[in-house]
Ligand binder design. Structure first.
Ligand code: GDP
Length: 300
């Protein structure tokens, strides 16, 4: 995964220097923490997250668990690993399914964040697991969006509910509600609702997403965020949290050369878990997100 390349290299270098020392002095710890801080900031991790992270690492690194360790440098690396897992959300969080189907999964996020692509990947994945998903085309903002979802559905071999021309066109809330009803009747056990985004945070878009949420009472609202947007990630995520509220995060385009800041900031700032990582344009380029594996990748 390209995303964490530079950050990973910087941290490896920091720890290589640390390993040349036997016992660690407070000055060694401070120097290391300062390097970690710079590496995280350069990777576009949000400042409050960096501050909190480095404060915790520093406090623990100056404490007994390091001074009494057989290998103090190794213990510091272990602490950084544990704290990285913590900011990435701690435990893995799986998708929640409804007791009474259909499970309703709504997608939200800016235009171009990767929602439609993710919708197809998720449908494909769920089908492989034996589910019978129905995709609902409730993005009526862009002329081509319904079409795009149709193409994605076809590739994934998934069923789709899209508005008929002249019937409900222009009312995404009705399309979403009707789609859930169709799923119930046709016994699809999961629905995935694709919604409209805009290029930037926008009050109308947020209200529409909130209205769709209210009308369909989703089991999951997944906020899809492009890992490439760097420093903007935190403000965008907060705006969606306030405007729609979401239950989980999907990081998209983690295959690109993003610096990793979005990935490392969003779970911590919103308190919502990252559930999936999207790593390409292919149907199979989707991974369940494991905080511990991601931390290991960064520190590898
Ligand atoms: P939407 O507007 O939120 O529905 O975004 P789209 O699903 O249309 O995605 C916008 C662009 O990003 C498209 O060109 C996708 O092919 C591309 N894209 C989406 N997800 C990924 C990903 O994980 N990796 C890469 N490299 N490209 C992606």
């Amino acid at each position: 995964m390209a995303t964490f390349g530079t950050l990973s290299d910087r941290l490896t270098e920091t720890f290589r220097n640390l390993r040349t020392k036997g016992k660690l002095t407070p000055a060694d710890v401070d120097g290391t923490v300062r390097e970690i801080r710079r590496a995280l900031l350069d990777a576009d991790v949000a400042l409050p997250v960096v501050k909190d992270f480095t404060a915790k690492v520093r406090e623990r690194a100056l404490g007994d668990e390091v001074s009494k360790a057989l290998n103090p440098a190794q213990q510091v690396v272990q602490i950084v690993n544990e704290e990285l897992v913590a900011i990435l959300g701690g435990q893995q969080r799986r998708l929640q399914f409804a007791k009474n189907p259909p499970t309703v999964i709504m997608l939200a996020g800016l235009q171009g964040s990767g929602k439609t692509t993710f919708a197809g990947k998720l449908a494909h994945r769920l089908e492989k697991e034996g589910h019978t998903p129905l995709l609902i085309a409730a993005d009526l903002q862009r002329p081509n969006a319904v079409n795009q979802l149709q193409v994605v559905a076809e590739r994934a071999g998934a069923a789709i509910y899209a508005p008929e021309p002249g019937n409900g066109v222009g009312d995404p809330v009705k399309v979403a509600r009707d789609g859930v009803e169709v799923a119930r009747r046709q016994q699809h056990d999961v629905v995935i609702i694709d919604t409209a985004g805009r290029l930037g945070v926008d009050a109308d878009m947020m209200k529409q997403a909130a209205d769709i949420r209210k009308a369909t009472d989703p089991d999951e609202v997944l906020f899809v965020i492009d890992a490439m947007i760097g420093q903007d990630a935190v403000n965008t995520a907060k705006a969606f949290q306030d405007g729609v509220d979401f239950t989980g995060v999907v990081l998209s385009k983690l295959d690109g050369d993003a610096r990793g800041g979005a990935a490392l900031s969003v779970a911590s700032v919103t308190g919502r878990p990252i559930i999936f990582a999207s790593t390409g344009e292919g149907l199979d380029d989707l991974e369940a997100f494991h905080p511990d594996r991601m931390a290991s990748r960064i520190l590898d």
